[in-house]
Ligand binder design. Structure first.
Ligand code: EPZ
Length: 424
């Protein structure tokens, strides 16, 4: 793994146009959906990220032929599934590999997927995925660290409640939804995740011939069909990348035209930004984000969609670190997702962690320091802080950023950032 570092010179003021890529977290389950229908599916707009590459490897490993065309679209030929097994070596590198389980089970009646291991953002169980699939009629057991699922007599529709201690589950909903498309009879998923990535997956599945209604709501109704056709589908823009760029405009007191962004997917974020003094205007296929004052403080609680996304919690902590006044950030999805707190503190942010909350006392300036990237959103927070901090910040372990943001330096430098990538 390349151990690149970033040198980031600050403070800068960003201004100009940045384009948002297709959504990583929508692309991954859609790539898994290709397994449901033998033939060649085409995914358009997927970003060039290591997570997408690892998922392609997972698909290749089970027997698919995966290619990137010159126009950037990904073709997945799932005519032959040689072995319905998601190997440990691949899934341990990317938890999202778990969402191959539902499609493999539906296609082959049997599937094995490595139980995902530890994760930088805390304990992430998959019990709800398994409960949902067993309620569709699969026998599930754990063997040598693998989830072994067997639907010998086929999957049957059922009424399934998918809520958990932290609300709905995004990939759990994706898994059960995909499996239910090919089950016999009708499935009702209650407490389904409503995230735009799930909505996008459901639209893609319907384009394949699935019969899903209630899309976008917590109650999905799926009438099982006998077979599905391959898809030719364009993925939605990445709302988390868009939100990160919005925060970049705000933290640098700049003005960015964030192109290819759907404000409707970002209402909680837009509302929060406006409340702290940032202006946001819809503009063609995106928005203009501007900030000319020191932002005000705000309280943020992360929640399932349409609430404030956990995937922007770290970036907004960086922003609020420079706010006028005190903010409270409460993490209600991943209570331990605070790897960035210690690193931001090295840059002179004034943060105090109390359980799954952080009290942010706004400071007048951040100061550059050598810091360590951890999970990808925490790393994005460090990039934001570095853009606003005085001096040269060095970020180690940039591969974490590369998992979620395609060549971020090449996209922010044209609008005024001073980021250089060096191979360590
Ligand atoms: C997805 O993860 C995203 N990943 C995450 O983005 C995102 O942070 C998360 O949703 C929440 O929005 C992808 O889409 C690839 P969950 P997922 O199941 O589906 C608990 C990023 O930075 N839970 O919705 O794995 C769980 O512990 C990544 O791009 C159970 O208890 O998250 C958490 O508290 C990081 N049992 C809550 O539900 C289960 O079986 C929500 O998790 C499943 C989940």
């Amino acid at each position: 793994m390349a151990m690149d570092i970033f040198r980031i010179e600050g403070p800068v003021r960003l201004s100009g146009t940045v384009a948002v890529n297709g959504s990583k977290n929508a692309s991954l389950p859609i790539m898994a959906a290709a397994v449901l229908a033998p033939g060649v599916s085409v995914l358009k707009g997927a970003p060039q990220l290591s997570d997408i590459f690892v998922f392609s490897q997972l698909l290749t490993d089970i027997g698919c032929k995966v290619n990137r065309r010159p126009d950037g679209s990904i073709t997945i030929d799932s005519t032959i599934i040689e072995k319905p097994v998601g190997e440990y070596d691949i899934v341990r590198r990317m938890r999202a590999g778990i969402c191959i389980l539902g499609p493999l089970l539906a296609r082959r009646g049997k599937a094995e997927v490595s139980m995902p291991g530890g994760c930088a953002i805390g304990y992430r169980p998959v019990d709800i995925h398994l409960r949902g699939l067993s309620e569709l009629g699969a026998q599930i057991r754990l063997e040598n660290g693998y989830i072994v699922a067997d639907a010998g007599r086929g999957l049957r529709g059922n009424e399934i409640f998918l809520g958990g201690p932290f609300g709905s589950t995004v990939l759990g909903t994706a898994n059960v939804l995909m499996a239910a498309t090919l089950a016999k009879g009708t499935t009702v998923i209650e407490s389904a995740a409503c995230e735009p990535e799930i909505t996008d997956l459901a639209h893609c599945l319907n384009s394949m011939g699935a019969k899903i209604s209630g899309i976008g709501s917590p109650r999905l109704v799926i009438e099982g069909v006998n077979k599905l056709q391959p898809f030719n589908y364009r993925v939605i823009p990445d709302r988390i990348e868009a939100g990160t760029f919005m925060a970049a405009a705000a933290i640098t007191k700049g003005c960015l035209h964030v192109n290819n962004c759907r404000l409707a997917d970002l209402m909680a974020v837009v509302d929060k930004l406006r409340s702290i003094g940032v202006t946001i205007e819809a503009e063609n296929s995106g928005c203009i984000v501007a900030c000319s004052v020191r932002v005000h403080s705000a309280d943020i609680t992360t929640q399932p969609y349409p609430g404030f996304p956990t995937d922007l919690q770290a970036q907004f902590m960086a922003l609020l670190a420079l706010a006028e006044g005190n903010s409270i950030i409460i993490e209600k999805i991943f209570p331990d997702r605070f790897m960035h707190v210690a690193e931001l503190s090295r840059m002179a942010a004034n943060l105090r962690k109390e359980g799954s909350a952080v009290i942010v006392s706004g400071v007048g300036k951040l100061i550059a320091a050598p810091v360590m990237a951890s999970d990808l959103r925490a790393s994005a927070a460090l990039v934001l802080a570095a853009l606003a901090a005085e001096g040269e910040t060095v970020i180690n372990r940039v591969y974490h950023i590369d998992r979620g943001y395609e060549k971020i330096e090449q996209r922010l430098n044209p609008v005024g950032a001073k980021i250089t990538r060096e191979s360590d």
